[in-house]
Design a protein around this ligand. Structure first.
Ligand code: NAI
Length: 296
């Protein structure tokens, strides 16, 4: 593979573009928003600078990596002549169906279409195309340059050849691909999201405060980050969308999103990306201060 496109330059899209470009592939980064592209490139630059400071890469590696990335607000120019497209746009079914419908029309017949969806059915996304054998889930973890796992999800029709190609590609990136089947939330979020939702429910029920809940899970369970901080890091809107997909998909109330999470997303509190979630990020991306609404 030589050239790929990444659709969506947000939390995940810029990280995916970063790891491919650092391995020498040409990356077209596509977003409907120029501001998201600018922010995405700024994040990649900051992360590369951090790697230089740690002597993990040289300034020349940074230059080459950035040189490999081209930004596009136009989908047509962004996806033409690509071997692979990885969609990392907003976690909404209608958004993804529309993107895959367009990709199927715009991409060459050989192009593999992957989605970084956290929970939405790969089979359903593939149904928007005429190439379901070439549609696959390639679920990177956040932050992409650091996390080793890539959950590889086969849709109902995904071919063995495409699965093998994507598993091989993930290994070339230095990642550990793990193959799972196509059910709501796959494996990662089927296990993670009920824990995050329960942490929010625990806060909602007044059992403990934000910092206390996170401290119990960090120090008691050896989690590197508490579940409420992790939810802010993932994006509360993303968490809500994933829980809704699992709730609808399994018709099981155990996945029903906590009303507090629903309210926070409706109020625009999405975590780090909006500057406020369970913690306040108005001054720094570090979760140093609990949001005012949770302090007594
Ligand atoms: P985000 O909200 O940070 O970024 C989404 C980006 O998609 C935005 O920049 C938006 O402008 C863009 N976008 C929306 N519609 C578009 C379109 N039609 N064409 C091009 N760009 C479009 O979202 P995030 O967190 O990066 O999530 C992206 C995907 O990755 C979702 O499917 C999510 O479930 C998944 N994911 C998220 C993780 C996380 O920790 N946030 C972890 C793993 C997967």
């Amino acid at each position: 593979m030589n050239t790929i496109a990444v659709i969506g330059a947000g939390t995940m899209g810029n990280g995916i573009a970063h790891v491919f470009a650092q391995k020498g592939l040409k990356v077209n980064l596509v977003d409907v928003s120029q501001a998201a592209l600018d922010q995405g490139l700024a994040t990649i630059t900051k992360n590369l600078d951090r790697m230089i400071a740690k002597e993990a890469i040289t300034p020349n590696d940074k230059k080459e990596c950035l040189h490999n990335i081209t930004c596009h607000t136009n989908m047509t120019s962004g996806v033409s002549q690509t071997d692979l497209v990885i969609e990392a746009a907003t976690e909404k079914l209608d958004v993804k169906l529309e993107i895959f419908k367009q990709l199927d029309k715009l991409c060459e017949a050989k192009t593999i279409l992957a989605t970084n969806t956290s929970s939405i059915s790969i089979t359903q996304i593939a149904s928007a195309t005429n190439r379901p054998k070439q549609v696959i889930g390639m679920h990177f973890m956040n932050p992409v340059p650091i996390m080793k796992l890539v959950e590889i999800i086969r849709g109902y029709d995904t071919s063995d050849e495409v699965t093998a190609a994507i598993m091989g590609l993930a290994k070339k990136l230095g990642k550990t691909p793990t193959e799972v089947n196509d059910y709501p939330g796959f494996v990662a979020n089927r296990i993670l999201m009920p824990m995050i939702n329960e942490a929010i429910e625990t806060l909602y029920n007044g059992v403990a405060g934000v910092e206390e809940i996170d401290t119990v899970m960090k120090l008691g369970m050896a989690h590197p980050m508490g579940p409420l901080q992790l939810a802010d890091f993932i994006g509360l809107d993303v968490c809500l969308s994933i829980l809704n997909v699992m709730y609808d998909g399994f018709k099981n109330p155990k996945y029903a999103p906590c009303p507090l999470l629903v309210n926070m997303v409706m109020a625009g509190k999405k975590g780090i990306k909006s500057g406020e979630g369970f913690y306040d990020y108005s001054k720094s991306r570090k979760a140093e201060k609990v949001s005012a609404q949770f302090t007594s």
